[in-house]
Design a protein around this ligand. Structure first.
Ligand code: FMN
Length: 370
């Protein structure tokens, strides 16, 4: 064993002397090649196209969409952020769907595949009541027969591999994922992602990756470990102690793509102010292009704190930005604070593909979690 797990505090002590897992090594989910062992997490209200693209640029081998609602196939009255757009520079891309009916999930999966998804991901992890009360998300872990029927229907509907993202179970201490996981593989899932917290826990406590290790030992498909990976040391420890094929990073990448580079390459460190402003301005511009000014201006406010915090800019600067009326004003103010960002922004803009987007006509759900 290369690392020892301390049960008392549920942390990992990584033995520096032993072989480290190479995060730059490619791996496969069936015939989909994934260039690094780092996956960018699906996060509702966060994983817009700008986030996914940025994740790819900073080293994520696979990126995931926000969850899209298959209920949108039958009735389109859900309050949403709009529709998902997929561009050529995002691949490989997993598009996540959620729902509770095998037939509508299969229909959604076909649409997702047609929009260009390299993987169809099924959400069995969302703990948010608005989702669980419809019989979708984490509640399906307590209904293994229905969960397996959904996976089977989806796997039969598409040619691309099907993945499932789940929590450990509904209640604290649950080990449901270990019973349900192998059944989902038998039903046709090509990979499993485990966020080993219970739905009841939401985001409190810690992710117990000893469960990830148990799951890895029970199935013969790649497993992705999600939860509390924020540094290279933690990523290597989780990979080494669990045998997972990849780590997934969510909150650690919010306003901080540099963490992804640090995790994959061990390089990077803190960005300069110019780099922070350049990434944020590009993020703003792309999000406005995707969501439109009205929706984007509210949506983006949380990102200002994420980018400008961590001691990068004084706190009042963020307060100043969130009260500005338009994203153009925000951009102007950011560039005034770091004029050297302009050439960087031009370089980043020049790298974007032009006009090759496909729109998926299923609504993005605002109720995230998993
Ligand atoms: C704001 C937010 C939204 C999320 N939305 C989703 C989602 O739509 N689908 C999903 O499977 N997981 C979702 N998650 C869970 C993450 O994908 C991930 O499993 C979890 O945050 C643990 O990883 P982390 O510690 O790296 O953040 C969300 C998490 C956050 C913080």
């Amino acid at each position: 064993m290369v690392a020892a797990r301390s049960d008392a505090v549920n942390t990992y002590e990584y033995d520096q002397q032993t072989v480290k897992v190479d995060l730059r090594e490619s791996w496969h989910i069936r015939d989909v090649e994934i260039s690094t062992r780092l996956v960018l997490a699906p996060m509702a209200g966060v994983s817009v196209q700008a986030f996914r693209r940025q994740g790819r640029r900073f080293g994520a081998g696979l990126v995931c969409s926000e969850m899209v609602s298959c209920a949108g196939i039958e009735h389109r009255n859900e309050k949403t952020l709009g529709y998902l757009r997929v561009a050529s520079d995002e691949h490989p891309l997993a598009i996540q769907i959620f729902g509770s009916e095998p037939r509508t999930m299969a229909d959604a999966a076909r649409m997702v595949e047609a929009a260009g998804a390299d993987l169809v991901d099924i959400n069995f992890g969302c703990p948010v009541r608005k989702v669980t009360k419809t019989g979708a998300g984490a509640t399906l872990l307590d209904e293994p027969a229905r969960a397996a029927a959904i996976v089977e229907a989806v796997a039969n509907a598409v040619d691309v591999p099907v993945s499932v993202k789940m929590r450990r179970g509904l209640r604290d201490g649950a080990r449901t994922c270990l019973e349900v996981g192998p059944q989902l593989i038998d039903a046709g899932a090509a990979t499993l992602t485990l966020h080993p917290r219970s739905a009841q826990q939401m985001y409190t406590g810690t992710a117990d990756h000893s469960l990830t290790a148990e799951l890895v030992s029970l199935v013969d498909v790649p497993v992705i470990a999600s939860g509390d990976v924020t540094s290279r040391a933690k990523a290597q420890a989780v990979l080494a102690t669990t045998g997972a094929s990849a780590v997934m990073v969510g909150r650690g990448a919010q306003g901080n793509p540099w963490a992804l580079r640090e995790i994959v390459d061990g390089t990077g460190g803190e960005p300069t102010r110019e780099e922070v402003v350049a990434e944020l301005v590009l993020f703003i511009r792309e999000t406005v292009r995707e969501l439109g000014e009205r929706r984007a201006s509210g949506f983006l406010k949380k990102f200002y704190g994420w980018y400008l915090g961590r001691g990068r800019f004084p706190r009042p600067f963020k307060q100043e930005l969130v009260v500005l009326d338009s994203t153009e004003d925000v951009e102007r103010r950011l560039i005034a604070a770091a004029p050297g960002a302009l050439p960087l922004i031009e370089e980043l803009e020049a790298e974007l593909p032009s006009g090759d987007e496909v729109q998926l006509n299923l609504p993005i759900s605002i109720y995230g979690g998993g």
